[in-house]
Design a protein around this ligand. Structure first.
Ligand SMILES: [Zn+2]
Length: 352
């Protein structure tokens, strides 16, 4: 195990970070495995992952689709994975079986052994959404994931390949506790502007609104902010609404037609709902500004190209793609990572 973020969090924060999705990628000299542990659950609210046109009301329904899994498939073009190697995601497969599937690849003849393997756990994100990041159930869930990593390492050691295998373990986001006292209800803006449910594409930590084309986006934004700053809307000062072009540049959240024209950002731990339905809730959420420490996650690298015990400064997850292509020695697709990142992270080839 070699690399963890520079700022060592307290135990509690570390657990919060682990709330993220866990993702493990594995590679040996011949093979590479990627462990992906998600704090992102399968059956919960992923407002920011919602495809366009779903209404906010439907958000509470569970979905068997795993948004993190989709997010972590950055492959474009014509890569075809043989059926027996690339199973479709199935959240009911026990974690032990997922680990064993990866381990079994190492028993294949060398020319059939995949060079890149991925393992995904949707915990402790799943529990985090239900009970928040500070609940004892999270500790239990993290412990279980730790047991899965132990199972993987034991299996690799038993096959005498652990030292030759590259393992990257990452989460995809943090988690922060939310409570109904920290809600902002769009309904409360009624004196300034009615926001029909049909306009609202997502609520939660990220508000996104697509008004009909005959309505002025600037006017809707101005009216909403006027109401929010009036002092008469509960927690109104915790939400700020933008035309997407006016969002802070560092968020990179305007360059797609799929991003609705109006985006609202809330303070950490606050949530937006259409109206107060009187459902008190204390739970957990992610999707807040990535400048919040609570939205950060873990990165651990192990293997021949990672210096043992080295800590590196905080970096963005978009860098990981180029790290992996560097280790694999392949040309990646164009992406948002920087080309120099891998050099700063990896030992030269043939180091050992
Ligand atoms: Zn999630």
């Amino acid at each position: 195990m070699a690399i963890i973020p520079d700022e060592t969090p307290t135990t509690k924060l570390l657990i919060s970070s682990l709330l993220l999705t866990t993702f493990i990628a594995i590679s040996s000299t011949a093979a590479f495995a990627f462990l992906f542990f998600s704090s992102a659950a399968v059956n919960h609210h992923h407002h920011h992952d919602r495809p366009p046109n779903r209404t906010a009301a439907r958000e509470t329904q569970s979905s068997s689709r795993d948004p993190n899994l989709l997010r972590w498939v950055p492959i474009r073009g014509s890569w075809i994975c043989p059926e027996n190697y690339c199973a479709h995601y199935n959240g009911s497969v026990p974690f032990e079986d997922r680990v064993d599937t990866v381990l079994n690849y190492f028993d294949l003849p060398i020319d059939e052994m995949p060079v890149f393997m991925m393992l995904y756990f949707e915990d402790p994100n799943h529990q985090g959404h239900m009970v928040g990041p500070d609940h004892p159930r999270i500790t239990k869930s993290v412990k279980n994931i730790d047991r899965m990593i132990g199972r993987l390492i034991d299996g690799l050691e038993k096959r005498s390949v652990f030292q030759d295998v590259t393992i990257i373990m990452v989460g995809d986001h943090g988690m922060v506790g939310t409570c109904d006292k920290k809600y902002i209800y769009l309904d409360d803006l009624g004196s300034w502007i009615e926001i029909p449910e049909e306009w609202v594409q997502s609520v939660g930590p990220v508000l996104s609104i697509r008004p009909p084309s005959d309505r002025s986006v600037s006017e809707v934004v101005a009216k909403m902010n006027e109401g929010l700053r009036s002092g008469k809307v509960k927690n109104g000062d915790k939400l700020r609404v933008y035309r997407k072009e006016d969002l802070p540049e560092r968020l990179h959240y305007s360059g797609s037609e799929r991003i609705p024209p109006i985006i609202g950002l809330v303070e950490e731990g606050f949530k937006i709902e259409l109206k107060d339905l009187g459902n008190p809730e204390c739970a957990g959420a992610h999707g807040y500004d990535n400048a919040f420490f609570s939205m950060r996650t873990i990165f651990i690298g192990h293997g021949p190209r990672f210096a043992r015990g080295r800590k590196v400064p905080t970096f963005e997850n978009v860098e990981i793609y180029n790290l992996i292509t560097s280790i694999l020695g392949i040309n990646g697709a164009p992406n948002n990572g920087s080309s120099s990142f891998a050099k700063t992270m990896l030992l030269p080839h043939n180091h050992h």
